[in-house]
Design a protein around this ligand. Structure first.
Ligand code: KG4
Ligand code: ZN
Length: 332
């Protein structure tokens, strides 16, 4: 069994997963404190990780009914992410592993999102394409095997897809995180009411959401200039059209990637995978779509343990000087 820690952003996570990918415990402590700032505050996140990590690890071990010395290894997210937040996980994992002379397995956070699809009870086997869309990342990758052989085909030039949802929601007067609220408002709107841009100017398989965000801002100003108390059905139309533009931006790249690679299987990951219209649109592109349960799509430690199963372990004491990295080797 592998104990994994994940502290790359604002969720303090620990999980215990078997070598076969069966989840014995998956504990996530979300730091609600960031909601009032409308985003994650790195320093606040690190401090909360410090306060929470001990209890979260204990919880995971208790739920899995396993003691530290019985583990095969400890895994941890090494990067990319907020460096102060990552360091809490890395230092904790090193201490736990070293205390029992266990090996340590450093894991790339994005490999973790990929490996969420490898978990039991219905592992999705490579090769496949994966779209990872969250508040922190938006990327399209070709997954060739369970280990490090996955290639980024496209990523975002500016905002992440989740960020685009959150910023659009804020402009429309909705709370944070904005994705779910925007989806709810959009349900009553007409997605064809406004023609928002879908990043046609970005080449290849990359994404861009900044033009879309600006287009919403201008449209809002224009409409509020005509009627400052924008009626709810107009706001719903804006939300629906904006959501459609995000979904289309993602869908067009995915469609092109499927064509270019000849692969006909797609996995989704990241919090934006919760979005109903996005799921529907992806299923219209390809029949075989894997969407793990949402608690495995958002940041969690079970996916980190899952990736660790396919990576080399560092024996004690080789990992004592291990450091976190803010930006990954793949430039993300
Ligand atoms: O993976 P995640 O929980 O956290 C990180 O960003 O790491 O993703 C959160 C993002 C937020 O931007 C949130 O607005 C978005 O996922 N999100 C959604 C939905 N649920 C969450 N976006 C669109 N529709 C949703 N239903
Ligand atoms: Zn993530």
């Amino acid at each position: 069994m592998i104990l994994a820690l994940e502290t790359s952003c604002d969720d303090t996570c620990a999980a215990v997963v078997t070598r076969d990918g069966e989840i014995r415990a998956n504990v996530i402590s979300s730091q609600g404190v960031h909601d009032r700032y409308g985003g994650v505050v790195p320093e606040v996140a690190s401090r909360h990780h410090l306060e929470l990590v001990g209890a979260v690890v204990e919880d995971a071990l208790a739920q899995a009914d396993v003691a530290l010395p019985e583990l095969d290894a400890v895994a941890v997210t090494q990067g990319p992410g907020l460096v102060g937040a990552l360091l809490v996980g890395v230092a904790t994992a090193k201490a736990l592993a070293a205390a029992h002379r266990l090996p340590l397995i450093p894991v790339d956070h994005l490999h973790g999102h990929v490996a969420a699809s490898f978990l039991a009870p219905a592992p999705f086997e490579p090769p496949f394409l994966i779209l990872i869309a969250s508040g922190g990342h938006t990327l399209l990758a070709h997954v060739r095997d369970h280990g490090q052989d996955w290639e980024v085909l496209g990523s975002t030039h500016d905002d992440a897809a989740g960020e685009a949802f959150d910023k659009g929601a804020r402009m429309l007067g909705l709370g944070y995180p904005g994705g779910p609220a925007l989806q709810r408002l959009a349900a009553d709107g007409d997605p064809e009411a406004f023609d928002f841009p879908t990043a046609r100017q970005v080449a290849g398989l990359d994404f861009s959401f900044s033009g879309l965000k600006t287009a919403l801002l201008y449209k809002l100003r224009e409409l509020e200039g005509i009627d400052p108390t924008l009626p709810t059905h107009r706001r719903a139309d804006l939300a629906a059209s904006y959501q459609r533009a995000i979904v289309e931006t993602l869908a067009r790249r995915v469609e092109r990637a499927l064509e270019q690679t000849g692969i006909d299987r797609l996995a989704l990951g990241g919090g934006v995978a919760a979005n109903g219209p996005l799921r529907e649109r992806m299923r219209s592109l390809v029949a075989d779509v894997d969407i793990p349960p949402i608690e495995l799509c958002t940041d969690n430690a079970a996916m980190i343990a899952s990736a660790a199963r396919f990576l080399p372990a560092l024996p004690f004491p080789d990992y004592l000087s291990l450091d976190a990295y803010a930006t990954g080797e793949r430039g993300l």
